[in-house]
Design a protein around this ligand. Structure first.
Ligand SMILES: Cc1cc2nc3c(=O)[nH]c(=O)nc-3n(C[C@H](O)[C@H](O)[C@H](O)COP(=O)(O)OP(=O)(O)OC[C@H]3O[C@@H](n4cnc5c(N)ncnc54)[C@H](O)[C@@H]3O)c2cc1C
Length: 446
């Protein structure tokens, strides 16, 4: 192991600023700290995690949004293990199950992929056999063509081209698209959708497992990541909003001054791991990054609403995660079954829709009524909390040009779920992007 001063002499990497302590920023910091590169994370909020973070309400730990991970999140799982956050304990692993309450049930048996899916489709209930076979044929055809399209189209158009029946479309394909891409099928990228199918359904059976958090989303990775970085001599500064990034006046290309709530510091490298709607403002201020700023500012966004209803502890869902059809609410999670918060139900409404026009109390009441219609009478909730993330993810549309990690400015990199990759805006996209940026920094020593 090199002490920092020798490392700096040998590599030219003096110190790295990571701006933003979400999953991307923390993945970058961990990767650098693993190699003993001096790294400082600046996070504006008091809590790490960004789009996937803990929130406290009435002494109850919530998350800003209810998240699902899958077995294909290989980099997230690897980094969790590296920082000592045991995924076996903090995630509930369920074999691929797609359950829409009283309408549809697909349970993949323990067979090698993709047979598990084919068998799951054949055994599924809630759609006619002809439609289930058509879905199996579609997956088979996509697999044969390497899940690649000559030209990107919308998910709705792709499903149409492959004659997917209306029940499978309504009960499986459309909800899958909205869950994975947070973009309505009529405007979602079929190529990115196929990338998700390739990695989740076309890989080994475990890749399609659902992984449901048992802890809050800051404890899942960002907090143990911070402990790991700090233990290796790095710094993780929370409540430190960065207000400006300048190329050092009169300095060499690749030296940066980071202005933040507590003062200013100079770094040899910057990894900008801000959300795209915040990154743009910093990028426009640096002349070499004008084109990058433009690419970032072109992105459009889609919302995700999370509605928490706290019922008396005896209230349970029939499954830890349950889908619903013909309702505003799309998924409900039983936080009692997941993390021991008995009676706490979290409902998810992804992507744009009429719910955005409702006052939050009305929306919470509507979700409560919908749960009653679906599950039978429920007691009144003791309290509710609606969390509206209006720019939850970028809108993942066909042929979208996403900015690259490497920018025209030497030693200045972009990390985040929106940076060019195969994936939609997900935890895994963020983590992979953070790791890739750190590797670009590390490459300089080779
Ligand atoms: C409600 C919701 C539900 C979701 N569900 C899922 C899901 O089920 N599965 C899944 O895989 N993904 C899901 N996602 C997406 C996933 O959470 C994101 O893709 C991922 O967390 C993005 O990480 P990031 O590090 O790229 O960006 P961010 O998490 O946005 O991190 C950027 C960080 O920068 C900080 N910051 C901003 N400005 C400054 C500043 N000036 N100075 C310093 N710091 C600053 C922010 O506070 C934030 O911590 C969901 C997202 C939301 C919002």
């Amino acid at each position: 192991m090199l002490p920092y001063s020798r490392f700096e002499m040998d590599t030219g990497v003096a110190n790295v600023a990571v701006i933003g302590g979400g999953y991307a920023g923390m993945a970058a910091a961990v990767t650098l700290a693993e190699q003993r590169v001096p790294v400082t994370v600046f996070e504006a909020a008091k809590t790490l995690g960004g789009s996937a973070r803990r929130i406290e309400h009435r002494d109850t730990v919530l998350d800003n949004g209810l998240h699902i991970l899958i077995g294909a999140y290989s980099e997230t799982l690897r980094l969790m293990r590296l920082v000592g956050a045991d995924p076996e304990r903090s995630l509930l692993r369920l074999p691929l199950t797609w359950q829409v309450h009283e309408r549809f049930l697909l349970r993949a048996p323990r067979l090698p992929a993709p047979l598990h899916l084919v068998a799951g489709l054949i055994g599924a209930t809630g759609a006619p056999l002809s439609e289930r076979l058509s879905a199996a044929r579609f997956i088979w055809r996509m697999r044969r063509q390497g899940y690649a399209l000559a030209q990107d189209v919308t998910v709705a158009a792709l499903l149409d081209q492959h004659d997917q029946g209306w029940r499978m479309t309504r009960l499986m394909w459309h909800p899958l698209c909205v869950s994975a891409l947070n973009t309505p099928p009529a405007s979602a990228s079929a190529q990115v959708f196929l990338n998700v199918l390739r990695d989740a359904l076309g890989a080994g059976r475990a890749a399609s497992d659902l992984l449901l958090p048992r802890t809050d989303l800051s404890a899942l990775f960002p907090d143990p990541a911070a402990a790991y970085v700090t233990a290796r001599g790095g710094e993780v500064l929370t409540g430190q909003r960065v207000t400006g990034i300048d190329q050092e006046a009169g300095g060499t290309e690749g030296a940066f001054t980071v202005r933040h709530a507590g003062g200013e510091r100079t770094f040899s490298h910057v990894i900008c791991a801000l959300p795209p709607y915040n990154a743009g403002a910093f990028l426009v201020g640096i002349s070499a990054l004008a084109d990058t700023a433009e690419a970032v500012e072109c992105l459009a966004y889609q919302p995700i609403y999370s509605v928490y209803l706290c019922y008396p502890p005896q209230v349970r869902l029939p499954a830890p995660m349950l889908g619903f059809e013909s309702t505003l609410l799309q998924w409900a999670f039983d936080r009692g079954a997941l993390g021991g918060q008995h009676g706490l139900i979290g409902a998810v409404i992804s992507a744009e829709g009429s719910h955005q026009d409702l006052p939050q109390d009305e929306l919470a009441n509507l979700v409560h009524q919908e749960l009653q219609q679906q599950l039978g009478p429920l007691p009144d909730p003791l309290w509710h909390r609606v969390i509206a993330e209006k720019r939850a993810t970028f809108a993942c549309t066909p042929g979208l040009k996403r900015p690259e990690a490497r920018t025209p400015l030497r030693n200045f990199f972009l990390a985040g779920d929106y940076v060019a990759s195969d994936y939609p805006a997900t935890i895994e996209a963020a983590v992979r992007s953070g790791v890739a940026c750190a590797q670009l920094v590390l490459k300089e020593r080779d």
